[in-house]
Design a binder for this molecule. Structure first.
Ligand code: CTP
Length: 407
């Protein structure tokens, strides 16, 4: 498993109470604890007595750094389930067995996990795990519906190989899926709630013939990082992306994939009317072939001239139709006269902000994981960052955007 800490930082410092029940899938809960701790969360674990047969409390207490709780009474001490439920920002029960599901649905309380569930004032998220036949049983469906009525959130089961050896529905979600679910459903910020954001990312490919194109080395990393941070702060995000390998793990982000500058232009024009903030980070080709050959161009002559014509400037076009209240953010990638060129772009494209990337800065720009930028705002403000990871830079850009919305 290769899972980097999420740069959106949504789980950092969050208090997670993880309940583990008696199911074969309990082994995945060990990985889940590890990932949560890696994300900067504080984790406390409660096991049902049955779960002890599947996972060792020692492993879980070592990984979480906290004592693992199982019993309501521990010799002469009483586990304070009420305070556990109040301590947590979220209670996650993963895996949730059929038996504990039934008890939760009916308000039964014969172990510490159930007592804590019944007294929890924080949101509760469950990740069921069982064989397909149990999952499809009418009583299970009714119990899941009851939990939903109580306001609990259910992480969908996955299809695949089950403990019985059969293939079907009922597998517990993977730990990464649970992390993403918590980020998207519990821990998104609200600073940009209700704001519709359009982000362009990646390069464009301009065809010359059926097999060749003019492109550039943009990876889309910066655009996707910005989009995810904007989403983490509560915005409704739509990425229009050229051909890239990067993907977003957040299902709530809309992605429209395009190839050419014209396609990116069409997608942006269609979306812009309904957009509050547009962040144009794509490296759009400035020129395209005047005529695209129908057949592959053969190497008949020693020299080949391909006449090029300008593509549409998306940033400038959006600047021309921008309405009051819409915020338009562009990028400038410069090798010389950086400041002057960036300020020129700010004005000529009617943008509210230009983010300058200088290729003269070592370890910044295309292909690097780090970047360094200067932000020029139409109100005259200039903000410079140090060299930082693209994700940290994305956070700083979003801070500047949020700041500018407030005045
Ligand atoms: N951009 C755009 N559409 C284009 C070209 C650029 O939307 N056809 C946007 C980019 O996404 C970026 C900004 O314009 O936000 C600046 O792009 P850049 O290529 O640096 O500027 P150009 O206007 O193309 O000027 P030049 O290449 O001469 O520096």
């Amino acid at each position: 498993m290769n899972y980097e800490p999420s740069y959106t930082q949504m789980l950092k410092g969050k208090k997670i109470l993880l309940g583990i029940t008696g199911s074969i899938a309990a082994y995945k809960a060990i990985l889940l604890v590890r990932l949560l701790v890696k994300q900067g969360a504080e984790v406390k674990v409660i096991l049902t007595p049955a779960a002890k047969s599947f996972v060792s409390p020692l492993v879980l207490s070592t990984l979480s750094g906290n004592k693992v709780l199982v019993d309501l009474f521990d010799e002469d001490t009483w586990a304070n389930h009420v305070m556990l439920g109040r301590w947590a920002d979220v209670m996650v029960i993963a895996p949730l067995s059929c038996n504990t599901l039934a008890k939760m649905a009916n308000g039964q309380c014969d172990n510490l996990l159930l007592a804590t569930y019944l007294s929890a004032t924080c949101p509760v998220v469950v990740s069921p795990a069982m064989d397909e036949d149990m999952w499809l049983h009418a009583s299970t469906k009714r119990n899941i519906e009851l939990l939903q009525q109580y306001g609990n959130k259910i992480i969908p089961v996955e299809k695949g190989e089950l403990a019985s050896g059969l293939i079907g529905e009922g597998r517990m979600a993977e730990p990464e899926t649970i992390i993403t679910f918590l980020e998207e459903n519990i821990f998104r910020g609200t600073e940009l709630s209700g704001k519709k954001v359009l982000v362009t990312a990646g390069p464009t490919y301009e065809p010359i013939d059926p097999v060749r194109f003019i492109g550039n080395r943009s990876t889309g990393k910066m655009g996707f990082a910005l989009a995810e941070v904007l989403y983490a702060r509560g915005a409704d995000v739509h990425i229009v992306s050229g051909p890239v390998h990067v993907k977003t793990g957040y299902g709530g982000i809309k992605v429209t994939s395009v190839e050419t500058a014209q396609e990116m232009y069409d997608a942006c024009i269609a979306a812009f009317e309904n957009t509050d903030i547009a962040v144009l980070s794509a490296a759009v080709a400035d020129y395209k072939a005047a005529v695209v050959a129908d057949e592959k161009i053969k190497k008949h002559s020693d020299e080949l001239q391909v006449p090029l014509v300008k593509t549409k400037d998306i940033l400038k076009s959006l600047g021309a139709i921008k309405k009051p209240g819409q915020l338009l953010v562009g990028f400038a990638l410069e090798t010389n006269n950086e400041r002057e060129n960036a300020l020129k772009k700010l004005e000529s494209k009617n943008a509210d902000m230009i983010i300058l990337n200088s290729l003269r800065d070592a370890n910044a720009g295309f292909g690097y994981d780090t970047n360094k930028i200067t932000v020029f705002s139409s109100n005259g403000a200039v903000t410079e960052t140090g060299l930082a990871s693209k994700h940290e830079i994305a956070g700083e850009i979003v801070n500047i955007i949020i700041h500018s919305l407030h005045g």
